[in-house]
Write a protein that binds this ligand. Structure first.
Ligand code: ADP
Ligand SMILES: N[C@@H](CCOP(=O)(O)O)C(=O)O
Length: 310
């Protein structure tokens, strides 16, 4: 048996709608992402489903992204492949804002490419992943697939042959992620976005993203926090997450530098500068944002490593 893993990710990181994304891993060293196991080769392609969030997946495995990835990968390399006995360990909640669909897509495409002798290079593989993710969310965006594939905090460069580039990070930052247990489809959360921005708004968005990135390079933490503002998605999506504003008020009153929507939500992320803040955010979010037994809260650091064989 061969086993592969890809980490969870936070698209947008508030200030970079569709252009910034980060991969995260729990500070306790546990794995937080989907795993794909290739058990054997066999006559027919098959997929079994296990893991904490298996009940949130379509019952019919033909609708599972992992099988769609297999056929898309086969088409991309232009030859018929041996059929596999696959198992997806679904550890990320679906429709959560944690890049769940991207994570399954990344782990599957990475696994097939590795297993079949790397016929695609990283550029081709990332493009395939982004196309597959676009098929789920309604439009191609790289801010989940790229960090899940490469790890780190990444800036997307969709018009460059590089596709994305790693950014600096404040090593002491801890990011508390809280998924409340309710589902918000990315497609629906994209449907409420404005189709056009005014010139003034476009300049403000570009200015804030530039301010954040220049602060990272300058290692200017207070400037970085000041620039973590979502001027595009959050104003359009806040009615989908009415708890965000009071939670932000409570956490920032404790000195926590930033609270935002992870991806398209409903997961909230809090950027903390020390263990005391992280503990407060962890406890507060568990008590005030978690809604049912599917909810989960985790204290994370940036995941430097993306998709890999285990
Ligand atoms: N392996 C999979 N992982 C996640 N979602 C999947 C998978 N297979 C199929 N799906 C479907 O893809 C859609 C993913 O929804 P989306 O809102 O994009 O999730 P997320 O924001 O968590 O990535 C859902 O309709 C889900 O049923
Ligand atoms: N940039 C996208 C990110 C979606 O992330 P997901 O984890 O909610 O799928 C967006 O904001 O729509």
């Amino acid at each position: 048996m061969k086993s592969y893993f890809a980490p969870a990710s936070t698209g947008n990181f508030s200030v970079g709608f569709d252009l910034l994304g980060a991969a995260f891993e729990p500070v306790d060293g546990s794995l937080f992402g989907d795993e794909l196991r290739i058990h054997s080769e066999q006559a027919e392609l098959s997929l079994s489903l296990t893991g904490r969030y298996v009940h949130q997946l379509p019952k019919d495995t033909d609708h599972n992204l992992v099988l769609k990835c297999f056929y898309a990968f086969e088409k991309a390399i232009g030859r018929t492949l041996p059929r596999l006995q696959l198992e997806l360990v679904k550890n990320l909640p679906v429709g959560s804002g944690l890049g769940s669909s991207a994570c399954s897509i990344v782990v599957a495409c990475y696994a097939f490419n590795d297993y079949f002798g790397k016929p695609l290079d990283d550029y081709q593989l990332l493009q395939l992943m982004a196309q597959l993710e676009g098929g789920v969310s309604g439009s191609v965006h790289y801010d989940n697939v790229a960090p899940s594939f490469y790890g780190g905090l990444l800036l997307m460069l969709p018009d460059s042959p590089l596709l994305c580039r790693a950014l600096p990070w404040f090593e002491h930052w801890q990011v508390v992620l809280c998924y409340p247990g309710t589902v918000l489809s990315t497609k629906e959360a994209r449907a409420v976005l404005p189709q056009q921005l005014t010139l003034k708004h476009s300049i403000a968005f570009a200015g804030m993203l530039s301010r954040f990135i220049s602060a990272l390079y300058a290692k200017d933490e207070s400037e970085a926090f000041a620039a973590l503002q979502d001027l595009v998605a959050e104003p359009a999506r806040q009615h989908l997450m009415p708890e965000l504003a009071p939670i932000r008020e409570k956490l920032t009153a404790q000195g926590i530098g930033h609270v935002g929507i992870s991806g398209a939500g409903p997961t909230i992320f809090a950027v903390c500068q020390n263990d005391t803040q992280a503990k407060f955010a962890d406890d507060y979010l568990q008590q005030h944002y978690a809604k049912n037994s599917d909810a989960m809260t985790t204290v994370c650091r940036l995941a430097r490593q993306g998709a890999r064989a285990l």
